[in-house]
Design a protein around this ligand. Sequence first.
Ligand SMILES: [Fe+2]
Ligand SMILES: [Fe+2]
Length: 273
Amino acid sequence: MPTIAHISDLHFGTEDAAVAEGLLADLIRLQPALVVNSGDLTQRARVRQFKAARDFLGRIPFPQLTVPGNHDIPFYDVMMRFFAPLSRYQQFINADLCPRFETPEFSVLGVNTSRSATWKNGRISIEQIEQIRGAFCTLPFERFKVLVTHHPFVPPPDDPSPALVGRGGDAIDVLDECGADLLLAGHLHRHYSADAKTHHVRIKRTILVAQAGTAISRRRRNEPNAYNLITLNPPDVEIQVRAWTGTAFEPLSATHYAKVENHWVKAGGAPAV
Ligand SMILES: [Fe+2]
Ligand SMILES: [Fe+2]
């Protein structure tokens, strides 16, 4: 059963060194097929922060797929923010802003949603929506399809106020059409999973959403440092939240979903919410 570790919002510059070492140890113990990193690798997009992030990611001995977050674009350096916003990210982390990872069981596509002008709130372009279509609509229906962005498509269950990714409604129509199964994102430093249909009610299928908290940063929002471990066991999926206890990452909660025709159903028969 392949597993995907979903880490996010490392925010090097505000990282907790002990938690970072604990995350590395946990990943090495669990041996995921892929480590997805949904952005905000740095706190202020400084060179030394990117170098620290690069060195940390270099110690993870598994395939990785990474997208940038808004904090990976310089905020105060206006020239760089508008004329070379992701140059440091591309120099130190990954030149590819539309990374893909393919196995016979699952396909993952990363899309950069961070923008210079709307620094905090992200956006998907029309071109990127077509990239999603090109990547997912050509795959077999049964292939588990995962999209990675930094900005979320669905708000937390207890807070409808956060800004969601711009043009997300248009993107979700294509994700629906092309049979996407799971959307991974971060940005809010809150961990939750849900069905995208609860927010985007017009879509015909259900699409799972898993948001990750901050894995190692001290910029927590009343939650422990945490990340998601996703286990694929077609037609079932488990999304486990692994949280820092003070000495190690341990399972905090797990939600099981089963795919029944075009819909994800929570274990026990309830709709995925
Ligand atoms: Fe963040
Ligand atoms: Fe962010």
